[in-house]
Ligand binder design. Sequence first.
Ligand SMILES: [Zn+2]
Length: 330
Amino acid sequence: MPTRGRVPRTVFYIQGLGRAGKSPKPGEADSERGRQREPHNRLWCCVGCLKQIIEQSVYLDFQPDAPLHLGPEYGEIRMMDQITLKGKPIRLAVLDYGLFEVHSGPRTIGICGFAIQTDAGEVVLIDTGFPAKYVTDAEAATAEDLLGSFGRVLTITPVNTPDAQLAKLGMSKRDVTLMIQSHTHIDHVGDMNGFPGVPILIAKAERDLPRPLYWSGKQAMEWPDRAFYPVTQDLILAPGFEVLLCPGHAPGQLAFMVKLPDTGWVLLTSDAISRASEIDEGFAGSWDVPLAIRHGARLMQLAQERDALVIFGHSPQQWPTLRKAPDWFT
Ligand SMILES: [Zn+2]
């Protein structure tokens, strides 16, 4: 969620690009899958916008300096040597870690995590929300972290903790096999310490930092004493579970492609794409704007190629309608 940095002039160019919507597939509009898709049908136009931006980058204020990673169709994803899951994903739940208001906008955003279960009984937890002190006393915690200049907590109750969200699914923290930190901002790493013995998969670019990014006002966290699996490239964690390295929002931002038996491919953009409008806004305020644009484009391209359901990192429009725990995407 937190971002920093200056806005380059690319942004003004991007804002001028037009867009058009894409209708649901025939027969899909009334289906459950169609309803889940509805809030972001307009996404597909953004793929075109971003392709245009990439193709016209000579006119922009940056030059790509490394080849764009295009995903498994292009043979660039490798099986990770260190860690693979035994099973493949069978269901995915969106975890509700509370509501936050970002002053700029202003925007009301959901704070999300994900639990993914495999057919071998493994449970992968992606992200852990705000630190527990925000449940106890959000005002005091906000003051302590100097977060007030960025935004304010609207609702983070005891129901919005990883324990309570897992309990909704009939699970406990002890059921978690692997934790993934999509990146290390304050709204994602709050309970990173709370799973003793559970290894953490995280981008090397984040783990190499002296401390988790947390929030630029205050980097209040230490790294937990835990086994870390550092991600340096896209990888396949299991058949149908891909981890995509998408730096831009943060130095080691991760996104995820999960294939479910009924839903098909689901793209979890995490903060690589916070909300659909961020694409049109040119990812203003990202840690690295050109990188954010490039990876946003490749994620949208991948989603289009696989007809994936896209779940954004913090979409004010999508969040209220999104199916959440205790319900599953299957
Ligand atoms: Zn975030």
